[in-house]
Design a protein around this ligand. Sequence first.
Ligand code: PEP
Ligand code: MN
Length: 340
Amino acid sequence: MVIVMQQGASNQQVDAVIGAVESEGFRAAVNRGEERSVIAVLGVVDSQKVPLTDRFESLDGVERVTLISEPYKLSSRSYRPEGTVVRVRDVEIGGNRVVVIAGPCSVENRTQMLEAAEAARAAGASLLRGGAFKPRTSPYSFQGLGVAGLELLAEAREATGLPVVTEILDPLDLEDVYRFADVFQVGARNMSNFRLLERLGETDKPVLLKRGPSAKLRDMLQAAEYIMKGGNHQVMLCERGVVGFDDACRNTTDINAIPVLKQWSHLPVILDPSHSVGHTRWVPAIARAGMAAGADGLAIEIHPNPPKALSDGGQSLRPEQFLALMEQLRAVARAVGREL
Ligand code: PEP
Ligand code: MN
């Protein structure tokens, strides 16, 4: 249930509605929007309580009460119709300017990380990515440098001025990752790790939430809800391809997800064409498609020497390929009325 206040409703009226919601045993979350405030009623609204809508609707300052049938509330577009802009240092994600997150799959060593970071900066990326804790399918594959990798990311941030996005695999690493990251990445394999999501909801750093390889969009929005219910509303949704039946590509890019998520939710939507496609040669086409479909940002893997990469070399762009792609993306952004 969402209670939409009238334009110009007073703080006192908003507080009175919150009081009424809480006295019925629900939690209230308020978006004090510029135009009007919206109050999300959190908890299970059973059918016997539906008459409550009439009660809430009769309170002073209330414009309308909407029963949301979806199981997500805080991530729903109706809670924040104006859209969310996530702020990472001086970068804004979710506004008219589209952002590009670029960097290697894994932080491997100092030279590789600094070269990749410089390539990201030189081509005009806004954020730097790099995994220090890697979720690998095989336990015998490179698992990441851990804290040493986080330190290299911090050095790369220092050198380029680009804020850092890095994956957290386990709630046990929270303190370490918090110390170095500007944005927590939750990988596809962890989208439904609800304890991890809840822990991130208690922090004050933005979260890039990647879609599980076979998760429905509604599941993803409920995963976002796990983070947001703790008070952290700085969440970005990342499409990274889903499991399909064809094996030409690593995954199947669900381009549909972009406009659907933009309509269902107020959260910024990012496309990761690299993991979606899994082959360097097709990454640019899908990156352009994502931007044309309305993504607020792209997350792209780059590497100074892809054949030598310890992970995902086969889908990484070399610096000059990335530079060329950024030029194309600027043209697409212009064509759809956005900046890059
Ligand atoms: C990654 O971003 O390097 C990664 C492992 O992605 P995903 O979780 O989408 O597979
Ligand atoms: Mn990767």
